[in-house]
Design a protein around this ligand. Structure first.
Ligand SMILES: *[C@@H]1O[C@H](CO)[C@@H](O)[C@H](O)[C@H]1NC(C)=O
Ligand SMILES: *[C@@H]1O[C@H](CO)[C@@H](O)[C@H](O)[C@H]1NC(C)=O
Ligand SMILES: *[C@@H]1O[C@H](CO)[C@@H](O)[C@H](O)[C@H]1NC(C)=O
Ligand SMILES: *[C@@H]1O[C@H](CO)[C@@H](O)[C@H](O)[C@H]1NC(C)=O
Ligand SMILES: *[C@@H]1O[C@H](CO)[C@@H](O)[C@H](O)[C@H]1NC(C)=O
Ligand SMILES: *[C@@H]1O[C@H](CO)[C@@H](O)[C@H](O)[C@H]1NC(C)=O
Length: 391
């Protein structure tokens, strides 16, 4: 049972600990942590992953509301995805200091929000109308407001010109569009997605190994998957079959990162990144390094260097990219790499067929093997699920 416990440890690790840390110019979580009246708002910025989006951006304004105003919002029992839309309407893609708010040219302006930027907002409903109303008040409302401002400026919380301005507003800005129900990203079927967009062989491996659930379970908290194209998966099959069941699972998990990374985030990241196969043990790092060369993003495992060649989906919290090589972790292929490095770093032989899926000679044998493997894989997932309940 040793592998199952280390495996569940890895799940524990990836579900409850953040595996990647990046430093940014500002940290909204820290800024708001100094003010207890914003603790609920702060917590929901983290839960919806808006905090990392805010930290990543510059020239931004965050409209915080106090705990009482957040309670009113939470009383509506919206799903976390809808809450994300509502809160993203409170993040402006422009810098508004208190002074600037009170000195708007002609007393009124429209500003784009993160809700607009996500593409979730129908039409221009992701814009906020800021108006200097009578009595020197600054009002905030969605565009179609009939002269009604649901929230007004209270005070400045912190200004870091011109990176981030955090202000307090009186209430949540009302928007029926932002509060509309949204479908959960976990309803996205990654197997279907890969199958239809050029990664059907990799999708088959995932499905046969019954670890798809491991991916979908963490999807809503952020997931990035790299799927090798069919041609390279086919030529890799003999090596894959040679691995133990445990090794196969690790290899597949190695193609996922338990966190959302847009292409832009990957481009700005040079360094090691943990994967879903990473466990705490020192011999199970299962990480690889992200390297950027011009616009190309390369993933270097020490055994192979794969290149991102396409995007199947990039919708926070889920990103799926196509890569031109199977990622071979040094934990599984180390011995071979020391004995003969050239074989592994050279381009994969394409004898296994092309993108249209010429069936490799050993496909039948592989199917049988996969079937046996999937039965055990299911059992393992089951044990793990139980394990997680007790964690
Ligand atoms: C604003 O952001 C830039 C870029 O990250 C950073 O270099 C600068 O120090 C920040 N300004 C302040 C006042 O923190
Ligand atoms: C921001 O601060 C919080 C609380 O101190 C910390 O947990 C988090 O890792 C920080 N985020 C970044 C991106 O540094
Ligand atoms: C301010 O109002 C004047 C007159 O209505 C108009 O010409 C001008 O474009 C407005 N400026 C802005 C920034 O909206
Ligand atoms: C903002 O709303 C007010 C009130 O409905 C309206 O008078 C004003 O023209 C709007 N401002 C902009 C820039 O659309
Ligand atoms: C499978 O493993 C055996 C023993 O380690 C090795 O001799 C053989 O070359 C491997 N085959 C492939 C395709 O990697
Ligand atoms: C590594 O393998 C390649 C191809 O199989 C072969 O041509 C080469 O001589 C080998 N190199 C070493 C150092 O064994």
């Amino acid at each position: 049972m040793q592998h199952s416990s280390s495996f569940s440890l890895s799940l524990f690790y990836l579900l409850f600990l953040s595996t990647t840390t990046t430093s940014y110019a500002h940290n909204i979580t820290q800024i708001l942590a100094k003010h207890r009246e914003f603790s609920t708002f702060n917590r929901y910025l983290t839960l919806t992953h808006l905090a990392s989006e805010i930290n990543r951006r510059q020239t931004i304004t965050v409209c915080a509301v106090d705990n009482a105003a957040m309670d009113d919002l939470l009383d509506k029992h919206l799903s976390i995805y809808t809450l994300k839309n509502v809160l993203s309407l409170h993040v402006f893609a422009d810098y508004f200091s208190s002074k600037k708010l009170h000195k708007i040219t002609n007393g009124t302006t429209l500003t784009a929000t993160l809700f607009q930027a996500t593409g979730e907002a129908p039409g221009t409903t992701g814009y906020i109308n800021i108006t200097n109303t009578k009595g020197k008040k600054v009002g905030f409302t969605t565009e179609d407001n009939n002269g009604h401002f649901s929230a007004s400026f209270v005070k400045s919380v912190q200004e870091i010109p011109y990176n981030i301005s955090v202000i307090q507003i009186s209430n949540i800005i009302q928007s029926s569009e932002a509060e509309a129900p949204v479908s959960a990203p976990s309803e996205i079927d990654i197997i279907d997605l890969m199958t239809n967009k050029g990664c059907k062989e990799f999708a088959k491996l995932l499905e046969n190994s019954k670890i798809t659930k491991t991916f979908t379970d963490i999807m809503e908290n952020g997931l990035t998957v790299f799927c090798p194209i069919d041609k390279v998966v086919n030529s890799f099959l003999p090596k894959y079959k040679n691995l133990t069941k445990n090794g196969q699972t690790s290899l597949l998990l190695y193609h996922g990162i338990p966190d959302y990374h847009s292409l832009g985030m990957l481009r700005s990241k040079n360094g090691f990144i943990n994967t879903m196969a990473t466990t705490k043990g020192k011999n199970n790092k299962y990480d690889f390094s992200v390297k950027n060369d011009g616009d190309n993003v390369k993933l270097d495992t020490n055994i192979v260097t794969a290149k991102i060649t396409g995007t199947l989906l990039d919708e926070e919290p889920l990103a799926v990219y196509k890569i031109d090589k199977v990622l071979q972790p040094s934990e599984l292929f180390k011995a071979q790499s020391i004995i003969n490095n050239s074989e592994d770093t050279a381009p994969e032989p394409s004898s296994g067929g092309d993108d249209d899926g010429d069936v490799p000679a050993d496909a039948t044998a592989d199917k049988n093997g996969a079937m046996i493997m999937s039965a055990n894989g299911w059992l393992m997932t089951f044990i793990l699920s139980i394990g997680l309940v007790f964690v």
